[in-house]
Every structure is written in C-alpha cells, then in structure tokens.
Design a protein. Structure first.
Length: 144
C-alpha cells in the first residue's frame, strides 16, 4: 500500500546459500530514502513473497563505520549488523522464537547520493560458530 511518505522505489534482491543450494528472493516496493547525520536510511514494507509479510524493514548504511544495520519490526523482530571483517552477535526472530546469530560481514559496497543508488552487502550467519548460510543482498533505490 502506497503512503504519502514514500519517495522512492526500492528493489531488494537477496540470495541465501545453504549447503550449496541458492534461494533467491526479489522485492520491488515503494519506500522511503533519506540521509541523517551522514548515514543513509532506506525503509520499506516487506511482503508475503519475502516471508516477512507484515514487517517494516530499515537499512541504515554508515559509510564512516563501513556498516549496514538491518532492523526488522512488525510480525517478527530482528537486528543484523553487517560490518566488513567483523563478527557481531545479533538477535533474529524466526517466528517461532528468537535465536542469537553470529553475523560475519565480508563485503559492503555502496554508491548512494541524493538521487538514490545502490547498496550491496555480503555476510554469513552462524549459530555457535557453525555456518548456517551465506547471504548476498543487493538494494537499488530509485527516487520518484
């Protein structure tokens, strides 16, 4: 559903690799794109197609820290911190309960300005240091 706050079209393409199998999900939706204190903020609504229907997602990219924070609220709550070369422990709501995941950031690339642009980040998830999945996220923001 479009709101008056939407000022861009957001395309998110996520690839999750588990034991050699790729699962690809793509979402194109209206969203909000802004800059606050040197950080870029991309906000959008998830859909049932992504498995997160009823959730609001915020991606905050901080070029000074080289960090992406993914915050999901609504039906499930989760926060992932992706930072190149660092491992963060984050909470992730599975819908059946919350788990603590290790998030190992491997690469972040961004070309964002007031006219939109792209953000991509790559990370792996682990539980008790055992690899769960490798993930690639590609985000494109096009102003309306």
């Amino acid at each position: 559903m479009k709101t008056e706050q939407e000022n861009c079209t957001v395309t998110v393409r996520g690839i999750q690799r588990v034991e050699g199998d790729d699962d690809v999900v793509e979402l194109v939706t209206g969203g909000r794109f802004s800059r606050h204190g040197g950080r870029w903020l991309i906000r959008y609504e998830e859909s049932d197609a992504t498995g997160y229907g009823g959730c609001h997602t915020s991606l905050r990219y901080d070029p000074q820290k080289g960090q992406v924070v993914l915050l999901r609220t609504g039906e499930v709550h989760s926060q992932l911190i992706v930072e190149e070369g660092k491992r963060h422990q984050c909470t992730y709501d599975t819908g059946c309960g919350t788990v603590i995941l290790g998030v190992n950031g491997s690469r972040i690339e961004a070309e964002l300005d007031e006219q939109g642009g792209t953000l991509e980040f790559h990370y792996s998830l682990d539980v008790n240091t055992a690899l769960v999945s490798e993930n690639d996220v590609y985000v494109t923001v096009i102003p309306r």
